[in-house]
Design a protein around this ligand. Structure first.
Ligand code: FAD
Ligand code: NAP
Length: 314
C-alpha cells in the first residue's frame, strides 16, 4: 500500500514528491507517463522562475528536480495512469497502462492541461520558436515588436491587452466578426490604439527560418490571403484539462469538477473527496505558471502528510 500516489511529474508533481518525502512519508510513488519535467520542458527560454537568471531553457530548469526528489526517497514509475478510483475502504486504486493496479492511502493528481492547437500549417514546427500559447511566459521576448494573437475568447482578448502593453503592435486575428469574450473586454480591446482587429480571418500558415517565426498568412472571408510579418504568434483557442484519470466507469468524476473540467479545490488543494488532492494547471483558477504549480504541489503534500498521519494513527 502506498502512502501517496502522485499522478504526473511536472512542476506540481515533482514538488509534491519533494515535500512529501522530505516531510517523512515513506512510501511515495510518482507516476509519469513520459520524462519528468512537464510541459515547461518544451519552452526554449524561461525567465520568470524566481532566483533563476541568465538564459535557461525549460529543460535546463527542470533537469535537477527529479534527482532532488529521489534523494529523499521519491520513487518514479514511467507509466501512464489510466484511472484513479476509490474502494469501499476509502483507499484509492491507481490503474496503470500495463493493466496492473496499485493501492494508495492518498493521491495528488497533477496531470496538467493542454493548450489546444489551432491546426494551421507550421504551428507544430515553430511551437516554442515563435509560436506560443503563453503571453505571461513569452510576451517579454517581443518587447517593442509586433505580434499576432489568434482567437476570439476571453483568453485571447485578455492576453492581447497584456501583450499590447509590451509590444509595439498586436494583430488580433479572429475567424468571425463577433467575439465570445465579455463585452467589456471587447470594448477595452477596441479602445486600445495598438491593437488591430483582423476579423473574418483564419490562420493559414506560419513561416520562418532557422531563427524562428518571421510571419503568418491568414485567409480573409472573401478568400484573399493577407500576409502579416511578425516574429511572434500567440494562439489562444481554448484549453483541455487533462482530467481523464478522474473519470469513473459510469462517466462521473471522482470529485467535483468545474463546468470547464477543472478540479474544484480548496486553498489547501483538497478536492471534494477526502484524501484526494489536485495541484497545478488542472485545478480551478490556476495561473498556469511553473512557480504556482510548484507552490500547489508543496501545499498539497503538506496536507497529505497530516491526512496520512491521521489515517494511520486513528
Ligand atoms: P504539467 O507541466 O503539464 O505536467 C503534467 C505532467 O503530467 C506531464 O509531465 C504529463 O506527461 C503527465 N501526465 C499527464 N497525464 C498523465 C497520466 N495519465 N499518467 C501519467 N502522467 C501523466 N510557465 C512559466 O511559469 N513560465 C514560462 O516561461 C512558461 N513558458 C511556457 C512555455 C510553453 C511552450 C508551455 C507549453 C508552457 C509554459 N509555461 C510557463 C506554463 C508551465 O509550463 C505550466 O504552468 C506548468 O508546467 C504546469 O505544471 P503542472 O505540473 O501542473 O503540469
Ligand atoms: P474559448 O472561449 O473556447 O474561445 C476560443 C476561441 O478560439 C474562440 O473565439 C474560437 O472561435 C477560437 N478558435 C477555436 N478554435 C480555433 C481554430 N482552430 N482556429 C482559429 N480560432 C479558433 O476559450 P478561452 O478564451 O480560452 O476561454 C475558455 C473559458 O474560460 C471561457 O468560458 C471563458 O469565458 C473563460 N475565461 C474567462 C476569463 C474571465 O472571466 N476573465 C478569462 C479567460 C477565460 P469561435 O468564437 O469562432 O468559436
Amino acid at each position: 500500500m502506498l502512502d501517496l500516489a502522485i499522478i504526473g511529474g511536472g512542476p506540481a508533481g515533482l514538488t509534491a514528491g519533494l515535500y512529501a518525502t522530505r516531510g517523512g512519508l515513506k512510501n511515495v510513488t510518482m507516476f509519469e507517463k513520459g520524462m519528468p519535467g512537464g510541459q515547461i520542458t518544451q519552452s526554449s527560454e524561461i525567465e520568470n522562475y524566481p532566483g533563476v537568471t541568465g538564459e535557461i531553457t525549460g529543460m535546463d530548469l527542470m533537469m535537477p528536480w527529479p534527482q532532488q526528489c529521489q534523494k529523499f526517497g521519491l520513487k518514479h514509475e514511467m507509466i501512464e495512469v489510466t484511472q484513479v478510483s476509490r474502494n469501499s475502504a476509502g483507499n484509492f486504486i491507481v490503474s496503470l497502462g500495463d493493466g496492473t493496479t496499485q493501492e494508495a492511502l492518498s493521491v495528488i493528481v497533477c496531470t496538467g492541461s493542454t493548450p489546444r492547437r489551432a491546426g494551421f500549417t507550421g504551428e507544430d514546427t515553430f511551437f516554442g520558436r515563435g509560436v506560443s500559447t503563453c503571453a505571461t511566459c513569452d510576451g517579454f521576448f517581443y518587447k517593442g515588436k509586433e505580434v499576432v494573437v489568434i482567437g476570439g475568447g476571453d483568453t485571447a482578448l485578455e492576453e492581447a491587452l497584456h501583450l499590447a502593453k509590451i509590444c509595439s503592435k498586436v494583430y488580433l486575428v479572429h475567424r468571425r466578426d463577433t467575439f465570445r469574450a465579455a463585452p467589456n473586454t471587447v470594448k477595452r480591446v477596441e479602445n486600445t490604439k495598438n491593437i488591430e482587429l483582423v476579423l473574418n480571418a483564419s490562420p493559414k500558415e506560419v513561416y520562418g527560418d532557422e531563427m524562428g517565426v518571421t510571419g503568418i498568412t491568414v485567409v480573409l472571408g472573401e478568400g484573399s490571403v493577407r500576409d502579416i510579418e511578425v516574429p511572434g504568434v500567440f494562439t489562444f483557442v481554448g484549453n483541455d484539462v487533462n482530467n481523464g484519470v478522474l473519470q469513473q466507469d459510469d462517466g462521473t468524476f471522482l470529485c467535483e469538477m468545474s463546468e470547464r473540467g477543472e478540479v474544484m479545490v480548496t486553498l489547501s488543494m483538497a478536492t471534494s473527496t477526502p484524501g484526494l488532492y489536485a495541484a497545478g494547471d488542472m485545478r480551478i483558477e490556476a495561473p498556469k505558471q511553473v512557480v504556482s504549480a510548484a507552490g500547489d504541489g508543496a501545499v498539497a503534500a503538506l496536507q497529505v502528510i497530516a491526512y496520512v498521519d491521521e489515517k494511520l494513527h486513528s
